[in-house]
Design a binder for this molecule. Structure first.
Ligand code: FEO
Length: 169
């Protein structure tokens, strides 16, 4: 595998674990605010991010690249209001989309079609994650300021259940 592509894929393992950590911090914030449904939603989001990290690890291992785990950065855990994590979540997903695009670009430039095909799932996933994060913000803006509506939105988010990634390697 091309050195640059390898380096970026290895770095992405850490970024995905960081995403899991960031969302776990958001879940903790909501649980502290008695918004357990939001907490549930972000706990599941954290699980998905861990899955993403494991997929990158597996892909690297399938290509005989040894994986060294690096330290995970401490995430921001101070939030001003319940909409704050939602806004930061969308911002973070846009950042991750940029990272995936950078790896894709590196793979493309060396005609690493296998990595491009692996990344296709993540390109689609990022699109979905941005849409979901955006829709959460819209819902919060519509319902978040009225306690009864916020209660119902919290209940809706409590219904999110974990499902394993659709990508298998
Ligand atoms: Fe692993 Fe939210 O992208």
């Amino acid at each position: 595998m091309d050195e640059k592509v390898k380096e970026l894929l290895l770095a992405q393992v850490n970024k995905e674990f960081f995403s899991a950590y960031l969302y776990l911090g958001m879940a903790n914030y909501y649980i502290d605010q008695d918004l357990d449904g939001f907490g549930n939603w972000y706990n599941i989001q954290a699980q998905e991010e861990r899955d993403h990290a494991l997929l990158f690890i597996q892909y690297l291992q399938n290509n005989s690249v040894p994986v060294v785990l690096e330290a995970i950065e401490r995430p921001d855990q101070q939030y001003d209001s319940p909409i704050d994590p939602l806004l930061k979540g969308l911002e973070h997903e846009k950042y991750v989309t940029g990272l995936i695009n950078t790896i894709y670009d590196a793979a493309y430039s060396v005609k690493d079609f296998r990595t491009m095909q692996f990344l296709d799932w993540f390109v689609k996933e990022q699109g979905e994650e941005e849409t979901t994060a955006d829709s959460l913000i819209k819902k919060y803006r519509l319902y978040g300021n009225d306690p009864r509506s916020l209660y119902l939105l919290n209940q809706e988010l409590a219904g999110r259940v974990y499902s394993a990634p659709t990508l298998t390697l």
